[in-house]
Write a protein that binds this ligand. Structure first.
Ligand SMILES: [Zn+2]
Length: 368
């Protein structure tokens, strides 16, 4: 239980390490410290404590070098946002995948920064490698960091890099972002659209799912095309997990999950995490922050209706997306819990949504 009276929250997706280094969706020229309260971005340790956020999946996301260069030339945050939007829905289709050596050097840097946070926290933060460790952190007020790849350009098809990164603590892998790589293709950021926007997994992508299964690494289906989703569903022997995706029936964004996809997640005893990005929440697809929290409750209601209370969790996309005004950063999380409580979710249901379902699916996927 957090000090605000709600169950402690463990969250399925943030881009905080990118925001801290000033390279994320809401970039700052000089970055910021995880340990100091900021008014920029969405997550730092003081704001996490205020909002009852006990940890989450920290995405290691690598922007291709040409996009990084282009964003560096942007005049201000709005300009960056426009450039990023164009990169997530390019007129000429997805660019070619980035070079593996570039992606590997960036992945090492971002992972190193997360280890640096753990070390400098002097015990306040911990990189978790098992569900038992995660539960222990949540019980004891230690901020839990789960190392997650959002995109797989840094992986070779033989699985050598996968083994090294896994040994280092990377236990969760999203196959792609808004682009394509040698393994999978993502949906573009359009609206409205079905998620059936392109091809499924490549043969190497199918092999990567098997490699992850063999190592008990979680495979995240958020971002991939619908064909890719069904490829994963057909191959995997683990619960199907979408770390940060909403209900397509409520908002017709291709990043959201159709009822058929939700049924497959339920069937596998998987989890979908509610994404807080207004463009994926709103039925009109607008990027407008005056989005009432009742719309978030609508998504949760729909997902619970289709999957049951054991398969719905949170996947904020903090530091990588546009939040509703009433949930401006991690300090606004109690407002979301209140909105869900008002919708009739009792203490037991809120505990499952807040963290219980993540702990359960991680235990089933990782085996401990
Ligand atoms: Zn994402």
């Amino acid at each position: 239980m957090a000090s605000n009276g709600f169950p402690v929250i463990f969250d399925g997706h943030n881009d905080t390490i990118l925001s801290l280094t000033g390279t994320g969706f809401n970039p700052l020229p000089n970055g910021r410290s995880f340990f100091e309260r900021s008014t920029n971005g969405h997550v730092d340790l003081p704001r996490a404590r205020d909002g009852g956020l006990g940890g989450g999946f920290f995405a290691v996301f690598i922007r291709p070098p040409e996009a990084e260069k282009e964003n560096a030339e942007a005049k201000n945050a709005d300009d960056v946002e426009q450039r990023v939007k164009a990169q997530f829905n390019p007129a000429g289709g997805w660019p070619e995948p980035m070079a593996m050596d570039f992606a590997q050097s960036k992945a090492l840097e971002l992972l190193g920064r997360l280890f640096q946070i753990e070390r400098e926290s002097a015990g306040a933060c911990k990189i978790v490698r098992s569900a038992a460790e995660l539960q222990e952190c949540l019980d004891n007020g230690i901020f839990a960091i789960l190392l997650h790849f959002e995109g797989t350009d840094q992986l070779d098809p033989d699985g050598f890099a996968l083994d090294v990164f896994h040994q280092a603590g990377v236990q969760s892998i999203g196959l792609t972002h808004f682009r394509k790589n040698r393994y999978a293709e993502g949906v573009p950021m359009t609206f409205p659209s079905s998620p059936d926007t392109g091809p499924g997994l490549t043969e190497e992508g199918k092999e990567l799912v098997r490699q992850c299964n063999a190592r008990n690494i979680l495979v995240d289906v958020s971002h991939i095309t619908e064909a890719g989703f069904w490829d994963v569903a057909n191959i995997t022997d683990a619960p199907i997990v979408a770390t940060h995706s909403n209900a397509w029936e409520v908002a017709n964004a291709p990043r959201n999950l159709t009822d058929k996809q939700l049924a497959a997640i339920k069937e596998s005893n998987g989890v979908a995490g509610l994404n807080f990005h207004v463009g994926f929440l709103r039925p009109d697809g607008e990027m407008a922050s005056d989005t009432p929290l009742s719309i978030m409750a609508d998504h949760v209601d729909h997902m619970v209706d289709k999957m049951g209370i054991d398969c719905v969790a949170l996947g904020s996309d903090f530091d990588g997306a546009n939040m509703p005004d009433e949930l401006k950063d991690a300090t606004g999380l109690p407002n979301l819990m209140s909105a869900l409580q008002d919708r009739g979710y009792d203490a037991q249901a809120l505990t499952k949504i807040a963290h219980g379902n993540w702990v359960r699916v991680l235990r089933e996927t990782w085996g401990s």
